[in-house]
Design a protein around this ligand. Structure first.
Ligand SMILES: C[S@@+](CC[C@H](N)C(=O)[O-])C[C@H]1O[C@@H](n2cnc3c(N)ncnc32)[C@H](O)[C@@H]1O
Length: 357
């Protein structure tokens, strides 16, 4: 990390990035060259380049038409041959990503209804406060046993769960690359990913049904994983680590269109970008440049100030913003803008007035 900012504990919990010197407006703070893990929603696969994330509609095309040669690698489209060639070298290590894409697509056609293989019955009756680490670990041990059996069918997943499978697969292929290719350590680091805030328990407490969903995602992965990647799913540890950090740490992949509403095309995990906390009056903006995600200051920042981005639309009113952060990001926003607007609202008992732009 650069010396103009550092990672330290915030007063409201968790860590954040703080400037260590005066930083001028429009300074590039971090450039994350490529995500550790990524997925393009299945419905956009033909329209979004698997390498540079260019969206065909942005250049008034319906789909991209550059594909991989042969069968392996079905499910990826590219905007140009250079992107296809770069993807083969950087992401399709040993052809694994392509083979896994094909295996996931094939298995998705053999999923068995009714939905899901057995999860322990006690899960259905748990209240959020009962979901402790111990209970959670117990349920996962059960799932590991169930899916280790050769007779357990491939669990049924919905489209969103299949996209989560693809996201996890991309992380596992990266991890394999990192474990087997010494040079990969320079850019990709599983140990750095593990440093991110783990939101597993918080997420499951707020949406208990997600535990069953995560277990089916794990079960699906156990059934489709290529033998060379099987060690990564022998226990549920790695899948849980990825899913626990997927919540609250990933960035939506948006199209770059300047007209109308922007479309979310998938999501990516850019590890070093995930230390920015949210502020409803942020001093940092993020800009995607092909695969890279860059963070720039939006104004001059004084030494000691926290550097924050915005996770949500900050044009909304205070209660709407807070409701969205609580329900989708699982935290009560501690930013000064919220504090000021809430105090104003309580004092005047009327609609809040925005204090920042
Ligand atoms: C992407 S992480 C940011 C880094 C994180 N603070 C850490 O220690 O790794 C998002 C998490 O940071 C915390 N957070 C971010 N912005 C916040 C805010 N405005 N108010 C309270 N908590 C916030 C929440 O716990 C949220 O789930």
């Amino acid at each position: 990390m650069d010396t103009v900012f550092c990672l330290r504990t915030t007063s409201y919990g968790g860590r954040g990035l703080f400037s260590t010197a005066r930083i001028l407006k429009d300074t590039l703070l971090i450039s994350c060259d490529a995500p550790y893990a990524t997925v393009i929603y299945r419905k956009f696969r033909k329209e979004v380049c698997a390498h540079c994330f260019a969206y065909a509609f942005d250049v008034r095309k319906n789909t991209w038409n550059v594909k991989l040669d042969g069968q392996a690698g079905n499910g990826v489209w590219f905007c140009k041959e250079e992107c296809r060639d770069a993807w083969v070298i950087e992401q399709n290590v040993g052809g694994l990503q392509g083979l896994m894409n094909a295996a996931v697509d094939k298995a998705a056609k053999c999923m068995k209804k009714p939905k899901g293989a057995p999860t322990p019955a006690f899960i259905d009756h748990l209240r959020p406060e009962d979901i402790t680490h111990e209970v959670h670990d117990l349920a996962w041990k059960h799932a590991e046993k169930v899916y280790a059996r050769s007779g357990t069918p491939i669990p049924c997943l919905d489209e969103m769960e299949l996209d989560s499978v693809r996201f996890v697969v991309s992380a596992i292929v990266r991890r394999y690359f990192e474990d087997t290719t010494p040079l990969a350590h320079n850019t990709l680091s599983w140990s750095e990913l593990l440093q991110l805030q783990d939101n597993e328990i918080m997420h499951i407490r707020s949406r208990p049904y997600m535990l069953d969903s995560h277990m089916r995602i794990y079960g699906f992965l156990c059934k489709v994983m290529l033998p060379i990647l099987q060690p990564y799913v022998q226990s549920s540890e790695m899948v849980r680590a990825i899913l626990g950090r997927d919540q609250g740490n990933v960035f939506g992949l948006w199209d770059m269109s300047t007209e109308g509403d922007s479309e979310m095309l998938g999501w990516s995990m850019y590890v070093s970008g995930s230390y920015f906390n949210h502020d409803c009056a942020p001093n940092v903006r993020k800009v995607r440049n092909n695969r890279a995600l860059c963070f720039f200051t939006t104004r001059d920042v004084e030494a000691g100030e926290e550097l924050c981005i915005n996770y949500i639309d900050i044009k909304d009113k205070v209660l709407e913003r807070r409701a969205e952060l609580a329900s989708n990001w699982y935290f009560d926003c501690a930013c000064r803008r919220c504090e000021g607007e809430l105090a104003h609202m309580n004092g005047a008992n009327c609609e809040p007035v925005l204090t920042h732009g």
